[in-house]
Design a protein around this ligand. Structure first.
Ligand SMILES: [Zn+2]
Length: 464
């Protein structure tokens, strides 16, 4: 049963007189981010309303009204429209307010208290995705304060439930708030702005335009089972599925470059150092038939980049047996595949069946089409806006498209015809980036202001 929405507040107030007690502009991002981090929105249970109220307060102070929408109590989604002339269709800016949980004992700092240590800011959600929420709020405040007429409406959507399926967040909103579908472009999480490990140079600004699709494959076998003291001659289900898992685990799918991956490889091939650069240049020189050894080298040197050059399948769960003296009568393994958005799932299943090579093992997989459209990667208003913004903030870094290894809510938007793109507003080293969803999530202090400026300039350019 679907719960009815509880629209609990409509904020439509003028600038607050409390604004004078606000921090200086350069500290605003940090102050707002600290307030958002302090609102514990670990999902489950979520409780995003706490963070949505912080956001609403900061918007209200700049005279921006926002609407808090709760599909169920505590699961706050905040929606804002900054009116433009209507010359162009709206741009939708999204950030999610929920976070994955944090185990306090695994952290060196309090996960819900923004803490600076050695030039890094720690706190649950600083990367994923409260930093983007904070920067977007401040960008809207600046644009509102500047006045003037913008060519497009800006819809800001700060959502709930991104980490656990979006049922209380974007999926619900797309069904109940059709104005979201008016957007021509969306700016979401999912990009990559890479900082060199020595933190001296921003190497590239990658705009996510496509993503892979997750599909689970189940391998199942059954047999008579029995007492382990008198094993049958034939291998039981556990042994057979284990052998099949080993064969599927060793399976490699052919390399194939989607349009976003092709431009990404070309863009990075020019400046990437050493062996990685050499492998990328060889792939860029032969994009229709990427050399297998070069793709394997990329996967070894930069696993996240290697992962988008082909479909991958990796065994993740194995279930068999309950007692040391009982031969199990059933065994089951799960293999998680990440399909390229233009892959044929039937062909993927056929390759897995061939690798399993055992007619007594059932291979179950959803073979419906991936249904994950790719946003255009040529020259369009979004790429022009991001390039103009990046040219000011990170003048030496090329702007290139990317396909992400993981999934974001952009797939949902793209299915509705919106050209969604993912950014990473904070320049992060690969080690920084790995702390999302992990203990000690962090962003470099030096990446804060450029990130805020990047979001503001992108929106300003896109709504000129
Ligand atoms: Zn996340």
């Amino acid at each position: 049963m679907r719960l009815l929405p509880l629209v609990i507040a409509l904020f439509a107030l003028g600038p607050s007189h409390a604004a004078s007690s606000r921090p200086a502009p350069k500290d605003e991002l940090r102050t707002l981010l600290a307030e958002l981090v302090a609102a514990d929105t670990s999902n489950p249970p979520g409780n995003e309303t706490a963070a949505a109220q912080v956001a609403a307060k900061w918007l209200r102070e700049a005279g921006i009204e926002s609407e808090l929408i709760e599909p169920s109590p505590g699961r706050g989604n905040l929606l804002v429209r900054l009116k433009g002339s209507g010359k162009g269709r709206p741009v939708l800016v999204l950030a999610h307010l929920d976070t994955v949980p944090a185990v306090k004992t695994e952290w060196a700092t309090d996960p819900w208290r923004l803490t600076e240590k050695d030039g890094l800011l720690y706190g649950r959600g600083v990367q994923d995705n409260k930093g983007m929420a904070a920067a977007s709020i401040l960008a809207l405040r600046r644009l509102k304060q500047e006045g003037g007429t913008r060519s497009r409406d800006i819809l800001l959507y700060l959502g709930a439930d991104e980490e656990v399926g979006s049922g209380q967040g974007l999926d619900w909103m797309m069904e109940h708030r059709p104005e979201l579908k008016e957007a021509e472009f969306a700016l979401n999480e999912g990009g990559l702005t890479e900082l060199s490990p020595d933190r001296k140079e921003v190497r590239f600004v990658a705009l996510q335009a496509a993503e892979r699709v997750s599909r689970n494959v189940t391998l199942k076998a059954a047999g008579p089972g029995g007492h382990s003291s008198a094993p049958p001659v034939d291998a039981g289900p556990l042994v057979r599925v284990a052998a099949a898992v080993a064969r599927v685990g060793a399976l490699t799918f052919p390399a194939h470059l989607t349009p976003a991956a092709r431009l990404h490889v070309q863009g990075r091939a020019q400046a990437a150092p050493g062996e990685l650069g050499e492998a990328l240049r060889r792939i860029a020189a032969s994009p229709d038939a990427p050399p297998e050894d070069a793709v394997t080298a990329v996967a070894r040197l930069d696993p996240a980049l290697g992962a988008v050059l082909r479909t991958t399948c990796v065994p993740t769960v194995f279930k068999a047996g309950t007692k040391s003296n009982v031969i199990p009568a059933t065994a089951e393994a799960t293999v998680n595949c990440r399909l390229l958005p233009d892959a044929d799932p039937k062909a993927v299943r056929e390759r897995i069946v061939a690798a399993v090579n055992d007619p007594d093992i059932q291979v179950e997989m959803d073979v419906s089409p991936p249904d994950s459209p790719m946003s255009p990667v040529g020259d369009n208003a979004m790429f022009r806006a991001v390039k103009a913004a990046a040219a000011k903030v990170w003048p030496k870094a090329p702007v290139i498209p990317r396909m992400s290894t993981g999934t974001t809510e952009s797939a949902t938007l793209r299915r509705s015809g919106i050209h969604a793109y993912g950014i990473d507003l904070f320049a992060l080293t690969p080690d920084d980036a790995r702390t999302a969803h992990a203990p000690n999530e962090r962003v470099p202090v030096a990446s804060l202001q450029p990130g805020a400026e990047f979001v503001y300039l992108t929106l300003k350019h896109l709504t000129r």
